[in-house]
Design a protein around this ligand. Sequence first.
Ligand SMILES: Cc1cc2nc3c(=O)[nH]c(=O)nc-3n(C[C@H](O)[C@H](O)[C@H](O)COP(=O)(O)OP(=O)(O)OC[C@H]3O[C@@H](n4cnc5c(N)ncnc54)[C@H](O)[C@@H]3O)c2cc1C
Length: 338
Amino acid sequence: MTSTDVIIVGAGPTGLFCAHQLGVIGLKCEIVDNLDKIGGQCIELYPDKPIYDIPAISECTGEELTNNLVKQIKPFKFNFHLGERVDEIKNENKKWILKTSKGKEFISPNIVIAGGVGSFEPRKFSSESCEKFEGKSILYSIKDKSIFKSKSVTIFGGGDSALDWAIELSKNSKVTLIHRRDEFRGATSSVDKIKELQKQNKIEVLTQFQLSEVKGNENLESAEIKHDDGKVKSIKTNYILGFFGLIMKLGPIADWGLNLDKKHIPVNTENFETNQKGIFAIGDICTYPGKVKLILSGFHEGALAARGCFKYARPDEKLRFEYSTTSKTIHKRLGVKK
Ligand SMILES: Cc1cc2nc3c(=O)[nH]c(=O)nc-3n(C[C@H](O)[C@H](O)[C@H](O)COP(=O)(O)OP(=O)(O)OC[C@H]3O[C@@H](n4cnc5c(N)ncnc54)[C@H](O)[C@@H]3O)c2cc1C
């Protein structure tokens, strides 16, 4: 079990800047995120779009903002635990114990929830027959493309992810691309490439079809697909990939004994603590009179929550206010050489 001063749930911009503020005041933290990358909405929803209202930065993309926030906390060497959802929390002897979806456990006097609109999760196939194959031969993201080599892969979806993977996997696998509409939503260049591969018989494309059920005992054997006109077709396949985008779910946070107000966590504005001692909420997930859902508000909330964590992490010490320009202690923590 990993013991630390603070556990941050969510590696979006708010969680990242809160980590910086914890480092500045001399606290350690571990950062957990359900996504397999750092940056929250900025990286998942708009990495290339320019943001114009980050203080003192006239323009930067979601990806640039994320990279800068990561660079700013580098001196503290905090650990990230990505691709892991914080599922359970419980209190034992005034400390919080957290358990992730991968079974990792943390113990800390403080939790900072910077969970945005909840965890991003893939939109899944609706057929119950898929459940027993999910995570094995029915996948919603790809970690290791080598598993598909020389196999039959059936890809569902009409956006960039479906098209990009269909193109990539067609090099070494038998690929069938299935979309419920006639038109694909992905980039024109990808749509053209798919048409070219289809002409060369390197890819099979079926449109106006949707998955109705899958068949197989131990292993997945086939996908039953239904055309808009009611016609049913069976496709032999080793793998099924679904790329239908992400949905945001408040998820397990709803079961942690916190007061909730329309899927948001009410906090006080002195230190952003919730109704539970040692649990703070910042960024899009918190609510209070006058809350504005902007990144700049999350930065302020993270700075105050970090100071709120100090009293539980160092109950016998008093936190001294210091400027980063002049404090030798802060310079040392940041590794500033002067
Ligand atoms: C298209 C678009 C454009 C935007 N433009 C602007 C703009 O110009 N200016 C601006 O200020 N704001 C903008 N925003 C809003 C801004 O992105 C959000 O306010 C900001 O991302 C909130 O940051 P956050 O850290 O609170 O949450 P998020 O960025 O949502 O990050 C939360 C993270 O927590 C993780 N998480 C949640 N639950 C769990 C769990 N149980 N376990 C593990 N991880 C969990 C999620 O996976 C996620 O990565 C825009 C938003 C969108 C969608």
